[in-house]
Design a binder for this molecule. Structure first.
Ligand code: ZN
Length: 432
């Protein structure tokens, strides 16, 4: 059903102007409110008796569920971070953060400028509740009455958004980090207002590393840090969490050294996959198969994607560029992941260069022989792989930075494992 039809429906049900309902509906949908919920909230706004319409009840934060329509809550603002979003062609500044009481913590979004800051004790009357990722969230908007309390409120949570990189997750808002700038480059991108310059790179702290984007280049970051950043937010980019430093973030030079941890977190494969994406992780598993599209491959000279029979999906018939890579399935009993090895790592496991591979393929008149050689070298052995893990609809990929045979008695473990799984692995997937 189109938005128009939904609006028509609602307008006739509620006996109000369709255009008005439609514009309200459009707003909510653009704020990612699911359509059914948006309609419910408009029914309440326009006073449809069937779904309540009475004054919202006071609730403790721990008791709020996504089914609550509107609630009145009292709590302490833990974090408050400004962010700019664009809708209906213009920019709006919203404030996002966490609100807590003794019973729990809830994310909120303030669509109006209420002047919230960390530590404020507030009562929000008639706050909207919406569901995000299965959890309730508060919407503080036009119809919310907000009052500040003189008395402070004790909550069992730290006020402020201090965080370590390893603890950050996609969706986190208003975070404060103290980091070293490990990599940084200035890039020109095609932004929503045309070409714009940004910084992108990698931050590190005692707990780990994470990629970042700085939308409004901060000199302290470009000069290499270390820096303290307040009011950053975390968004997923290419399958892994990324620290976003915006025009609303505060970046200051830090007068202490950051000792960047060199150890990456080692996880079970199943655990790593369940995170939905993790930057710099280490897994150990048995290499059970080398997938199609490994060994000697050809890429499109335009977009660098792998091509089949000289055909790029986007650019049609092209003169392919030869390259080496491996896509290998790793299994540790808790899950599987496809480790993707770049040309250098592939040369190591192949035991030769690209030229050697081309030579071998010419002699055999079949480029598959290169993948076969790699299969003979690595299948059935146990490897420790470090890299960036992302998950998409086709499964989990681990973009390998290092790929080493595991040192804890691989022969026995691998052979035990292979006999355990038997011939369970012969289905090969078509290359993406
Ligand atoms: Zn192409």
């Amino acid at each position: 059903m189109e938005l128009d039809d939904h609006a028509e429906d609602l307008a006739s049900d509620l006996g109000v102007d369709k255009e008005e309902v439609k514009s309200d509906l459009q707003n909510l949908v653009e704020y990612s409110v699911p359509i059914d919920e948006a309609k419910g909230s408009l029914r309440r706004k326009y006073g449809d008796g069937s779904s309540g319409g009475s004054a919202p009840s006071s609730k403790e934060i721990g008791e709020i569920t996504p089914e609550d329509g509107n609630v009145t809550v009292t709590g302490v603002v833990l974090t408050a971070g400004e962010r700019s979003i664009r809708y209906q062609g213009s920019d709006h500044v919203i404030v996002e953060g966490k609100l807590a009481d003794e019973t729990g913590v809830i994310d909120y979004t303030a669509w109006e400028d209420f002047g919230l800051s960390p530590g404020d004790a507030i009562t929000a009357g008639n706050a909207g509740v919406r569901e995000w990722d299965g959890e309730p969230e508060l919407n503080l908007g036009e119809s919310t009455s907000l009052s500040f309390s003189e008395e402070s409120l004790e909550v069992p949570h730290e006020i402020g958004g201090d965080a370590q990189l390893a603890d950050l997750q996609t969706g986190d808002r208003a975070v404060t980090v103290e980091v070293a700038v490990l990599e940084c480059e200035r890039r020109t991108i095609d932004g929503r207002d045309g070409e714009t310059e940004i910084l992108s790179g990698v931050f590190g702290d005692e707990s780990g590393r994470l990629p970042f984007t700085n939308w409004d280049p901060a000199p302290a970051i470009e000069e290499g840090g270390p820096v303290r950043i307040e009011n950053a937010y975390v968004q997923e980019f290419r399958g892994v969490p990324e620290v976003n430093v915006s025009e609303f973030s505060t970046v200051s030079e830090l007068d202490r050294e950051i000792d960047v941890g060199t150890d990456s977190t080692t996880m079970d494969i199943g655990e790593a996959v369940r995170t939905g994406g993790v930057y710099d992780v280490c897994v150990v598993g048995n290499l059970i198969a080398v997938r199609d599209g490994s060994g000697l491959i050809q890429r499109c000279p335009e977009c660098y994607r792998v091509i089949q029979k000289g055909q790029c999906r986007t650019h049609g018939e092209v003169d392919g560029v030869d390259d080496l890579r491996v896509k290998a399935i790793l299994d540790d009993g808790t899950g599987t992941v496809t480790a993707v090895l770049d040309d250098e790592l592939t040369e190591q496991v192949y035991g030769g260069t690209l030229e050697d591979a081309l030579e071998q393929a010419r002699e055999a008149m079949d480029q598959e022989v290169v993948a076969d050689t790699i299969r003979e070298n690595i299948v059935g052995r146990e490897y420790r792989v470090r890299g960036h893990l992302s998950v998409d609809e086709y499964g989990a990929n681990l973009d390998a930075e290092s790929f080493e045979e595991s040192d804890d008695d691989p022969e026995t473990r691998a052979s035990e494992f292979v006999s355990e799984i038997g011939a369970a692995v012969d289905g090969e997937e078509v290359d993406a």
